[in-house]
Design a protein around this ligand. Structure first.
Ligand code: ATP
Ligand code: MG
Length: 205
């Protein structure tokens, strides 16, 4: 990691909907790793969720913009929404390198659950050469992350980092379930996102 390089965080996700777990994690990684900015990148057609019902991308994109607008270091990129076909991280990172040039270092931010699947990601060996990974640990996941790091040997130790973040047991799945059951989602998502979900009638089932 050379001096003077711009450090760019990539927070990929379905964001169906975005919640404070995503935001708190991205902010913690931004501070800890000295990132200049974090790009939130909603997935168009997540390869691992192809059979699940995913909310139209336009809603997920709008909610992500509303949730991030007040943080001057947070940006939303439509890069995966504009690209046809499944959203593979390797294609996204290659496109970002084209866009930002070699003068940037990329840090892909994930939760512990996503890091567990890393060995199955498309072109993972090449991907580890192109960007760092920061695994935010949810409770009880530290040993699992260490196992993934060991699996990739020296490259894993160099490129995969762990960060303990506030233990937010929040998931989009839980939020969708709460809306369906008519329960409150106040303070779990930003107020603008809560209002948008209610106004558009999302997740009512
Ligand atoms: P779903 O329940 O629909 O899978 P999710 O809450 O896991 O949604 P995603 O959009 O799938 O959200 O996740 C995007 C990224 O954010 C992933 O890397 C995931 O591991 C991470 N993440 C999700 N929830 C949290 C949380 N509460 N704390 C830290 N990271 C999280
Ligand atoms: Mg998930």
């Amino acid at each position: 990691m050379a001096e003077g390089k711009t450090r760019i965080g990539i927070m990929g996700g379905t964001f169906d909907p975005i919640h404070i777990g995503h935001l708190v994690t991205a902010e913690a990684v931004r501070i800890e790793f000295g990132l200049d900015k974090v790009l939130f990148i909603p997935a168009a057609n997540p390869p691992h969720k192809q059979h699940a019902q995913v909310t139209p991308a336009i809603h997920r994109y709008i909610m992500t913009v509303m949730a991030t607008y007040s943080n001057p270091s947070f940006f939303v990129s439509p890069i995966e929404l504009e690209r046809p076909g499944p959203s593979y991280t390797i294609d996204t990172v290659r496109a970002l390198i084209d866009q930002y040039g070699e003068k940037s270092d990329f840090y892909f931010i994930t939760g512990a659950d996503a890091i567990a699947d890393l060995p199955t990601w498309k072109d993972i060996d090449e991907l580890l050469g192109l960007c760092h990974f920061v695994a935010a640990t949810r409770p009880g996941c530290i040993s699992m992350i260490d196992a993934v790091i060991r699996r990739f040997g020296a490259k894993g130790r160099q490129r995969i980092h762990r960060l303990a973040t506030p233990e937010l047991e929040i998931s989009s799945t839980d939020i969708r379930e709460r809306v369906k059951l008519g329960r409150s989602i106040k303070y779990i998502v930003p107020e603008s996102v809560e209002q948008y979900i209610l106004k558009e009638g999302l997740y009512r089932g």
